[in-house]
Design a protein around this ligand. Structure first.
Ligand code: HEC
Ligand code: HEC
Ligand code: HEC
Length: 141
């Protein structure tokens, strides 16, 4: 009995390790996780990803959605969007429109499918203080 127990544990460990390896194959490479953690990737958040190449500009997508024209009053994203998307503005909160846009219908949502649905593409986590913030950048359309 003792010897078979002694055998079972290493076998289980190997199985768990193999499963871990297999699932790690689906995750983003660690280098990307490190880059987004130190603000090297998509440092300016919205506009760095929505640069009009792989992903359309936010301006173009809003136009497609039939969103009110906000070109004139927008200089910085996403901060200026809060003029309306806030308690004072009376519209959906900024967090709500940002999260809904990128997480609804996950099976077909390109942010989830192609960008791993990674929070830190928009958020910055400061590991020294524990503070979370939202990346920001100038309008690019
Ligand atoms: C790392 C990439 C990435 C970042 C960062 C990002 N987005 Fe997106 N966003 C996407 C992708 C991909 C889509 C889906 C585009 C499509 O379907 O063509 C999308 C969709 C959208 C849409 C359209 C939503 C809809 O209902 O069709 C809006 C508006 C938008 N993003 C605004 C923003 C804003 C504002 C920010 C910053 C707070 C931001 N995005 C940050 C990748 C990104
Ligand atoms: C002048 C006010 C105003 C500003 C500024 C504004 N919005 Fe909006 N937004 C609206 C209104 C009004 C709606 C609701 C439209 C509707 O019900 O169809 C809306 C809806 C949205 C939606 C949901 C669209 C949908 O149908 O799924 C998104 C996403 C959005 N806004 C993103 C943004 C972003 C990003 C910015 C900044 C670049 C921004 N908004 C700035 C007024 C504004
Ligand atoms: C497309 C960009 C984007 C992504 C991706 C994103 N967020 Fe956000 N998040 C925002 C914005 C914009 C705000 C609003 C900041 C503000 O109001 O100043 C926000 C606010 C928040 C808040 C503050 C509370 C609230 O609801 O207002 C929390 C908590 C949060 N996000 C968690 C997350 C988590 C967890 C993920 C990943 C699962 C995530 N976010 C992914 C853009 C994003």
């Amino acid at each position: 009995m003792t010897s078979s127990k002694g055998l079972l544990l290493p076998v289980l460990c190997a199985a768990v390790a193999a499963a871990g390896l297999a699932s790690a194959g689906f995750a983003e490479p660690p280098a990307v996780a490190v880059e987004i953690s130190v603000e090297a990737a998509y440092a300016q958040g919205c506009v760095d990803c929505h640069d009009g190449t792989a992903v359309a500009t936010v301006g173009a997508l809003l136009e497609e959605l039939g969103h009110p024209d906000v070109d004139e009053e927008t200089e910085t994203l996403p901060g200026d969007c809060a003029a309306c998307h806030s308690e004072e503005g009376g519209m959906w909160f900024l967090s709500e429109v940002a999260h809904m846009s990128h997480y609804r219908e996950p099976a077909t949502n390109s942010f989830v499918q192609d960008y791993g649905g990674e929070c830190r593409h928009c958020h910055l986590m400061d590991g020294e203080t524990g503070a979370v913030s939202v990346k920001s950048g100038p309008k690019n359309w």
